[in-house]
Design a protein around this ligand. Structure first.
Ligand SMILES: Nc1nc2c(c(=O)[nH]1)N[C@H]1C(S)=C(S)[C@@H](COP(=O)(O)O)O[C@H]1N2
Ligand SMILES: [Mo]
Length: 261
């Protein structure tokens, strides 16, 4: 099969999300994920925000003068597992980002390989659901470029991010098992130009406390969507059977899956 071009890929991402066709709500409402969404209480925010802002509207970007002198840390500061300690001790040279699930070409990308891809730098405001904000400059690889390389299958709807940090009582072990931190985005948010796998904060390699070696930035979303310490990415059709079934660690504890701001 011919490799899909960027255009066909983005067209497919848009069609999969269906939101570019908001005017044609009839066919939209026939797709299963839209039905599930409508059944959840999040439909209104989702429709209102995406209809007003557009699926490709950019989050505001700031100037260097706006950057906070020190970016606040929240949630896990250090995964602390033996596996993570070994990776950190080696300057993350042995870290590899796995990209799998519903893709034609599963990938393993080293930090050097990610850094060799096109990059984007953006100065944005991080908004935590707990009520604080912080402005920082992030540099990373657009997630859309990584996805294009892996070539999502037509039925891929969500991108899952699995992290290195155990939550709660968990100690060590395998990141594929709960309760490690995890998150998810739909294809529209995942292919948005400001959605990047960030490896630098304020021009320096990403510090451990902020998610080294790579953390997600999805600038139109609340802070908890922006997974730190990303180890593995998986494209799926549904997350109903993954862990708590709500698409993220905090979602499994009651937060909204759609955290648009
Ligand atoms: N892996 C992981 N990612 C995470 C968290 C976490 O605890 N673990 N906390 C989330 C929350 S609630 C926020 S506000 C931001 C904090 O990012 P920062 O520490 O860089 O400010 O990361 C998000 N991503
Ligand atoms: Mo947060």
């Amino acid at each position: 099969m011919a490799k899909p071009t960027r255009r066909t890929f983005l067209a497919r991402a848009a069609a999969g999300g269906g939101v570019l066709a908001l005017a044609g709500c009839k066919s939209l409402s026939q797709t299963r994920w839209i039905q599930d969404l409508l059944a959840s209480g999040e439909a209104l925010t989702f429709y209102v925000q995406r209809a007003l802002a557009g699926s490709d509207a950019l989050a505001r970007e700031y100037s260097k003068a706006d950057i906070a002198p020190s970016f606040r840390v929240n949630g896990s500061r250090d995964p602390g597992t033996e596996r993570y300690k070994a990776l950190a001790a080696g300057g993350f040279r042995d870290w590899q980002l796995e990209v799998g699930g519903l893709v034609e070409d599963p990938l393993k990308l080293s930090l050097a390989a990610l850094r060799a891809m096109p990059s984007r730098t953006q100065i944005t405001r991080h908004d935590c659901v707990e009520g604080w904000s912080c402005i920082g400059e992030w540099t990373g690889t657009p997630l859309s470029a990584v996805l294009e390389t892996a070539r999502p299958k037509a039925n891929a709807r969500y991108v899952m991010f699995y992290c290195a940090d155990p939550m709660g009582q968990a100690r060590g072990g395998d990141e594929s098992e709960a309760p490690f931190y995890y998150e998810s985005l739909d294809m529209i948010e995942a292919t948005h130009p400001q959605t990047i796998l960030a490896y630098e904060l304020n021009g320096e390699p990403l510090p451990i406390a902020h998610g080294a070696p790579v953390r997600l930035r999805a600038e139109r979303q609340l802070g908890y969507k922006m997974a730190k310490f990303v180890m593995r990415i998986e494209l799926v059709e549904s997350f109903a059977r993954i862990r708590g079934g709500r698409g993220g660690y905090w979602e499994d504890h009651g937060y909204n899956w759609y955290a648009g701001i």
